[in-house]
Design a protein around this ligand. Structure first.
Ligand code: KIV
Ligand code: ZN
Length: 535
């Protein structure tokens, strides 16, 4: 694709435009995890952090350590296992301005080779009046105290005035100046409620750069309530932001955050619009990051999602197909392989052994050991009996499911028997086991899937309401793996579970059981929750 701009100039970096690095700050594990129904445990977070490191992001915001012991331990594990390697991303924890929060955050990230504390406080009239119950002087004092404390621990400190886009400009500038004076090295401008419009948000970034003196990096954090998160982020970059806060698949509170894959690819495809600005992201890892996050969170990726959706490179109409066959550039601006969206390759078959299985996983960057590896291998063998071609996507799906099981030490599905059809009442019998103890139950339902879920509910004694059910296929073909995601609500928590199988009733039962395991884990964690806080 030509880099010539509409005014005829070459927009790529020239001798007068030194390369400028745009830091990619991924907050999938913090803001992304705040999306309703997502509850990742420490090992799942580690798995995602490893993939983010492989993808080359600069910062991983690994969690909010003061929120719970579980969050603290997950951030600490990521700092120790992912953030300690050469060239690893810096590991960041989020903190309120309270000194005890900042200290706790530091404890969680301190073992990373490069660590950051991200301090935030709300600055909009709406948040100050209804949530903080503080006046401007108090917010200023809190900002100074929190940022100074963070600087006592680390040199790398980020500050965010929450709900910046609804904060009066003069007060925002005052708070940001106080943060810089107290030692903040990055100033993040959160569009917390997704209120920004690209040209207005860009102007806000310019305004801050002009009005707040000092040596800092300016950053964007855009929510997607109006579907403008990526556009606003890019407007911020054009206005001089040199850090972008993003989430894989655009996850995050409510409508989510700017999507990592969209922001990165916009910079790659349109360098004319961002002369000299580049990221370190290895774009070939984007699709895998997307699939991994989707599997572990239970959030499906919409088919027509930009860059990573399954239809992003599919051409339906005859004219388009003809054009792409003649020359890809007729209807595609991105090469599928450049974002890791290659046609799924056959990696293994029925006769492949354990060694080849483990080897393929290692090549795909999937680390799995012990019981989870044994279980995944057993699932692979089962699948190989039913499906001729086993692809990378299939392997990822079964491994992700087994990792989920291993971690929660929850129930396993030992047996499932169903009967149904157009005559008679659908029935199911299940046998599940947990820590060696077996439970069996039978139930009826308004279909075989319903009967299987009822039997699982009976066997596990879990009281949960099904609030979401989604079925799709991992690859094409009659023997494709069915991929089922269910969402359950129990005791005020929403959780999701995923299951895969060539049989959609079995996939549904597995998904339901995975969600039940989460209900059990989340309820246990809630009992140990230290304080109830949230950004
Ligand atoms: O949206 C937001 O304001 C946040 C802050 C904590 C940065 O997530
Ligand atoms: Zn946010």
């Amino acid at each position: 694709m030509s880099n010539e701009t509409r005014d005829g100039t070459n927009g790529t970096q020239g001798p007068s435009e030194p390369a400028e690095h745009l830091a990619v700050f991924d907050t999938t594990l913090r803001d992304g995890e705040q999306a309703p129904g997502i509850s990742l445990d420490a090992a799942e977070k580690l798995e995602i952090a490893e993939q983010l490191a492989r993808a080359g992001v600069d910062y991983i915001e690994a969690g909010f350590p003061v929120a719970s012991q579980g969050d603290f331990e997950a951030v600490q594990a990521i700092a120790r296992k992912v953030g300690n390697q050469d060239g690893a991303p810096a590991i960041c924890g989020l903190s309120r301005t309270q000194l005890a929060d900042v200290d706790r955050c530091f404890e969680a990230v301190r073992d990373a080779a490069r660590a950051r504390i991200h301090v935030f406080i709300s600055t909009s009239p709406q948040h100050m009046e209804h949530m903080l119950k503080m006046n401007e002087a108090q917010v200023l004092a809190e900002t100074r105290a929190g940022v100074s404390r963070a600087r006592e621990h680390l040199e790398d400190v980020e500050f965010s005035p929450q709900d910046a886009t609804r904060t009066p400009l003069d007060f925002m500038v005052e708070v940001l100046a106080a943060a810089v004076e107290a030692g903040a090295t990055t100033l993040n401008i959160p569009d917390t409620v997704g209120y920004g419009i690209p040209w207005d948000f860009g102007a806000l970034i310019q305004y801050v750069r002009r009005e707040v003196a000092g040596d800092y990096v300016i950053s964007t954090h855009c929510h997607n309530d109006l579907g403008l998160a990526t556009a606003n982020t890019l407007a911020g970059v054009q206005a001089g932001a040199r850090q972008v806060e993003v989430c894989v698949n655009g996850l995050g509170e409510r409508a989510g955050n700017a999507a990592l894959e969209e922001v990165v690819m916009a910079l790659v495809i349109r360098p004319d619009q961002f002369p000299g600005v580049t990221t370190s992201v290895r774009t070939e890892e984007l699709a895998r990051a997307s699939r991994l996050v989707s599997r572990l969170t239970g959030y499906p990726v919409q088919y027509n999602k930009a860059v990573v959706g399954r239809n992003a490179f599919a051409h339906e109409s005859g004219i388009h197909q003809h054009g792409v066959l003649a020359d890809r550039s007729t209807y595609e601006i991105i090469e599928a392989a450049s974002v890791g969206q290659v046609g799924s390759q056959i990696v293994l078959g029925k006769h492949s052994g354990r060694h080849a299985f483990a080897d393929s996983l290692a090549k795909m960057g999937l680390t799995i050991q012990g019981d989870a590896l044994n279980q995944a291998f057993a699932r692979f063998k089962e699948l190989a009996d039913r499906k001729v071609e086993i692809t990378e996507a299939d392997l990822e799906a079964i491994v992700a499911e087994e990792i989920g099981h291993g971690l929660s030490e929850g129930y396993q599905l030992d047996a499932l028997e169903v009967s149904g059809g157009t005559v008679g009442v659908p029935r199911a019998r299940v046998v599940v086991s947990r820590a060696g103890a077996k439970q069996e139950a039978s139930a009826e339902g308004n279909g075989m899937i319903d009967a299987a879920c009822n039997a699982i509910r009976e066997a596990t004694g879990t009281d949960a309401v099904l609030i979401g059910f989604n079925v799709s296929s991992v690859t094409g073909g009659i023997d494709a793996l069915g991929d089922v995601v269910v969402q359950l609500e129990s005791g005020g928590f929403k959780v999701s579970g995923r299951g895969v199988s060539t049989d959609v009733v079995e996939a549904s039962a597995r998904a339901y059981l995975a969600a039940v395991n989460r209900v059990v884990a989340v309820s246990a964690r809630a009992e140990h929750r230290q304080v109830e806080v949230g950004p």
